[in-house]
Design a protein. Structure first.
Length: 300
């Protein structure tokens, strides 16, 4: 039912949905991830967002990994699909394989530049951007491939995108979101936000798009981590938060960070479809934030 709620805004009522980001391993051993998630740790989580070699760092392929997690935990995955690494032949083939394995929702991404990753000399593809990928998904959903050939059984993906409430040019970001909606996007996962007032202003303006937005929340562990995130393009922290962080340069800031995320969640629960916990480099911290959201604003 979670995907139906994202697909049809008229069905949404009551509590926000809860989505947790999971990064595939760099290799074939998934035991550490299973150990972290087993034993009811995902109770209250509605969706799992599976990343696709994020930041251009090679990881196990997202679509089959998502199918494994769905089979193990019974939670619907929303799978990032990047245009960076595959041409449209491979993208179509992977999407069909994902559907055959039980994946029902994708997040269309243009993708990070290879120069930001650990293999900067690799060749990127970028045959299309996220909007072009959305059009490809719509074509597959309609029962044919991009060459006009009829499919032997077609998917019915629920398509999502990303959105950035931190964008300096809010009007331009809203125009991009509208174009993505016109191309078939039903929901959006947002970049992590740290400024409640700015987030509310953006979310209120974005409601006209009709896209269900899951607001990004990302905890940090220490001052170095906070400043590292603040230096990531597209992410902004309020000066008051940075000053508080700088007053505790050697402390474990996990609790401060989680509480800050919970305050943003409580202050935006009425204008979002849900929350997207971005785990980043600290998956256990992300899992703890998800647990508290599940017991709080996302409680069933």
């Amino acid at each position: 039912m979670s995907l139906e709620l994202l697909k049809d805004s008229s069905l949404r009522a009551g509590r926000p949905l809860l989505c947790l980001e999971i990064n595939p391993p760099r290799g074939v051993d998934m035991s550490a991830i299973f150990a972290r998630l087993d034993g009811g740790q995902l109770e209250g989580v509605d969706l799992l967002n599976i990343t696709d070699s994020a930041l251009a760092r090679m990881k196990l392929a997202a679509l089959p990994f998502a199918a494994i997690l769905k089979q193990r935990y019974g939670i619907e995955p929303v799978v990032n699909v990047s245009c960076r690494d595959r041409n449209l032949i491979a993208l179509q083939a992977d999407l069909l394989a994902g559907w055959a394995m039980g994946v029902r929702s994708i997040v269309a991404l243009t993708g990070d530049a290879v120069t930001v990753g650990d293999s900067p000399d690799r060749k990127a593809v970028f045959e299309v951007n996220s909007i072009g990928l959305l059009h490809a998904v719509q074509t597959l959903n309609a029962g044919q491939d991009l060459a006009g050939n009829k499919l032997s059984g077609n998917p019915s993906f629920v398509s999502g995108v990303v959105v950035n409430p931190n964008a300096k040019n809010t009007a331009a970001e809203l125009r991009r979101l509208n174009r993505k909606q016109e191309a078939g996007a039903k929901f959006a996962l947002s970049q992590p936000v740290f400024d409640l007032e700015a987030a509310r202003a953006f979310l209120t303006a974005a409601k006209e798009s009709g896209v269900a937005i899951m607001l990004g929340l990302m905890p940090f562990k220490n001052a170095q981590g906070a400043h590292g995130m603040n230096n990531v393009p597209g992410i902004r922290m309020p000066e008051a938060l940075l000053q508080r962080v700088d007053s505790m340069p050697n402390d474990d800031l996990s609790e401060l960070s989680i509480n800050h995320c919970l305050e943003i969640a409580a202050g935006t629960a009425d204008v979002v479809a849900g929350f997207h916990v971005v785990s980043g480099a600290h998956p256990k911290l992300g899992l703890e934030l998800a647990r508290r959201l599940a017991q709080g604003v996302c409680a069933r």
